[in-house]
Write a protein that binds this ligand. Structure first.
Ligand SMILES: Cc1cc2nc3c(=O)[nH]c(=O)nc-3n(C[C@H](O)[C@H](O)[C@H](O)COP(=O)(O)O)c2cc1C
Length: 203
């Protein structure tokens, strides 16, 4: 039996982004998606604002989102730059998913907490969800391309002017899940301060 820390290490290391084009169309039970969302709800949040808001598209809702964003892409793209492949991908990525969680941040009315921190809290929530999906053997992919940051998408989602859409978390099963990724060593990104030899004086 592996220890809790070994399980956590394994879970974190094995979470991968699997592109929705590699999903197999198999449906995730809604009850599992609710558990994924429940774990998202336990993210840390400054001032307990809990700014994450999720719009779940599944079943015929996937067609609604797919059609909307493909047509929006067409509308917003100058003819010379229009890519029929991309237009198709904007639909198929969604249609191959079981559920698409559209990731939103609801801006606090008082705006006391920094917007940056509200976005950070939503990102923590998304990571909770991606890890939970991994534990269930479900693939996930956070995509933020295409029409993610447009005002038209905000209107479609019915979110406020100061709220934000931060992308889609595509969920699905795959016969060919991504298994490899790479990171440069953590040691290159860490400065370890364990001594106080400075005589810095701010006054
Ligand atoms: C905020 C955010 C937005 C992302 N948007 C995209 C995207 O639009 N397109 C894409 O290919 N990957 C996107 N990704 C996923 C990254 O490509 C992926 O995490 C990275 O390649 C590392 O792979 P891994 O998650 O399997 O370790 C996004 C990830 C994050 C955190």
């Amino acid at each position: 039996m592996t220890s809790f820390i070994e399980q956590v290490n394994q879970l974190i290391e094995s979470r991968r982004s699997t592109k929705p084009r590699n999903f197999n169309g198999k449906k995730i039970d809604d009850s599992i998606v609710w558990q994924i969302l429940e774990n998202g709800n336990w993210a840390p949040t400054h001032g307990l604002t809990q700014p994450w808001r999720f719009k779940i598209f599944t079943d015929a809702g996937l067609e609604k989102l797919a059609n909307f964003q493909a047509l929006l892409y067409q509308k917003l793209t100058p003819e010379a730059n229009f890519s029929p492949d991309k237009y198709e991908r904007m639909q198929t990525n969604i249609l191959k998913s079981s559920h698409v969680i559209v990731i939103c941040m609801e801006r606090q009315k008082s705006e006391k907490i920094l917007e940056l921190e509200e976005i950070e809290a939503v990102a923590c929530s998304v990571q909770n969800m991606a890890l939970t999906a991994t534990a269930y053997g479900i693939c996930s992919f956070w995509g933020s391309g295409g029409v993610t940051y447009t005002s038209e998408l905000k209107e479609f989602l019915g979110i406020g002017e100061k709220d934000r859409c931060l992308g889609y978390l595509y969920l699905g099963y795959s016969d060919n899940p991504a298994t490899s990724s790479r990171r440069t060593p953590i040691q290159e990104k860490v400065t370890w301060i364990a001594e106080n030899t400075d005589t810095n004086d701010l006054t």
